[in-house]
Design a protein around this ligand. Sequence first.
Ligand code: ADP
Ligand code: MG
Length: 706
Amino acid sequence: MRAGNGIENFSKNVFHDGVMRERLPKNVYQKLKKSMQEGYALSPDLADAVAQGMKEWAIEQGATHYTHWFQPLSGITAEKHEAFLSPVGEGKVMLEFSGKELVRSEADASSFPSGGLRATFEARGYTVWDCTSPAFLRKDGETTTLCIPTAFCSYTGEALDKKTPLLRSMEAINREALRLLRLFGNQSSRSVKATVGAEQEYFLVDREKYLRRKDLVYTGRTLFGRMPAKGQELDDHYYGVIRKRIAAFMGDMDQELWALGVPVKTEHNEVAPAQHEMAPMFEEANLAVDHNQLVMENLKKVASRHGLECLLHEKPFEGINGSGKHNNWSLSTDDGINLMNPGETPHENVQFLLVLACVLAAVDNHADLLRMSAANVGNDHRLGADEAPPAIISCFLGSQLEEVVAQLIGTGYATKSKKGEHINTGVRSLPDVARDDTDRNRTSPFAFTGNKFEFRMVGSSDSIAGANIILNTITAEQFKLAADFLEQQEDFETAVHDYLKKLLREHERIIFNGNGYGKEWVEEAKRRGLPNHSSMVDAISALTTKKSIELFSSFGIYTETELRSRELVEYEHYSKVISIEGRAMVNISGKQIIPAAIRFVQNLAESLNAVKAASPKASTYAQEKLLNRASQYLEDMEKAREKLLQHLEEAAEVLEEKEKAFFFHKVITKDMAELREPADLLETIMDKSLWPFPSYGDLLYEVSEI
Ligand code: ADP
Ligand code: MG
């Protein structure tokens, strides 16, 4: 199935640790490692020496340019290419790359969203090397570019990107988690890092057909169209045999991503026709975020090489499951201890249970923020639509842990039934909580899966930075509270026990092991007082509540100004996306569907007249019926189109960003649905040869036939 083995090329295009050790003078390498581990800035001399080694390596591999690679608030990556050239007079040039160029670059990037953080007249932004994520080579045909992962900030130091706050949150979780570990007698671990593995879902469709669908081209999703007769009811695609054309694509993807050091491990067909998933092995969160960006970029790139188009949108097809990203998240020490591993001894168990209780408390306290981290325009079609988790945040623990927690809450002591015999465990001998991954609950937004939590709400096209910033920060807060208290206690064991019990009692409401798709859960969650923000526009304001501002500023993750700017960027983004979708609908209906429908109606009328003239007694039942229905749908469409157009004009007049976003949500999305309905009905009755673009059936099934 693979195009070749390719494992031997793993990290071939990465300036990784091994290359650095080989290429850099010994003292430079050692100093660089130290500053990477301890996270301080490189001295100019050191930066020059690193840049020299990096440049030589890159040029040997054919690189002519370098770029600082960064992640602005648009959620995708950005770059600005520079040649390694430096003029040396007499028309000659030298290949040059200094430490200064490696470490920092000025990007006149005034058109990136900044939510007012950087006025256009003060357009300076700086990209700064993040040496915890290695530089890599991007090969596009004949050109090879050295990409340097960087943070992006304003002249005054405000974060204009998603990497800076992520790195800040990594520091916070490291600091607070180490305090907890020390309390449990661990003196040897030197750091705690969040680890992340992101499972990525996507659709593949034939590129030639894709190009004929302007809705897909402009918005990434179909704005018109209906489920074909054969949907996903049979579940025959899920984990089904991977077709030849798709297998060739996947083999090629593996090669590309392995060379970039992305540890892609599994691929399979997903629930919907033409839907697939891939998952890498987990890595440190910062690297996992960068690598997920590379995954998305390469999915698109490799697909087009295979005559395919990769759709990363959360809901490319109505009536068919959309795509998401499962963000598997845990915490690990530098010496290999996974804090989410229940462990085998009671001692480890207490620590595990405290970590667990802190995570539950964190999620309960800041459910609104976690929900916000998964908010994007496409995800509005999925969350709560019985195909992805509901928009209500809750935690799934699995039957074994649930039982332990219930006992801790009830009696304060956990006992475990083991082969029929009860072992009284109390705090001094808590039960062995073994890895329990037998029962999975696919409907839960946040599930404990044996040795990690799986946050399942993130949209397929989104950066996973946001979710991990929130997970790290809210957990760091609970760790801090626990450490602040426990460090003061004389009888640690009793204190931990009481603290655990208190936390679990206070936050029990966040635990839900039932069916997240059920209507009863919506009611039950309401009774429990859990927030339910069903749309992105409702979720956004979580960023700037008093509680959030306090949380983020006290941990130095975001200043209030940075939060307000992000809030604005989100509202702005929502309006822009819906505005593009609305305008695309106006155009496609006006220029393609309505003209085609008019031809259809005309054909019917001509046929009707011709038949009547030729044979007055012949039945024209079908023609009349279709003519009436098609004419009615045409009228409905034109009216809905006019209304949508008028409201789009009104929307453009609304100046305040939040108000505007709500207008788009409340008015425009409704108008869009009204326009779609008669168009979709027309598609079901119209002559297929007149329909102006490929149908759902054409898009979803042909690929699998190949
Ligand atoms: P499943 O099949 O249940 O979804 P897998 O074990 O295949 O689970 O893992 C899914 C994802 O979770 C993979 O990307 C994997 O690397 C990741 N993962 C496993 N352990 C951890 C961990 N400790 N921290 C973060 N992610 C993890
Ligand atoms: Mg999963």
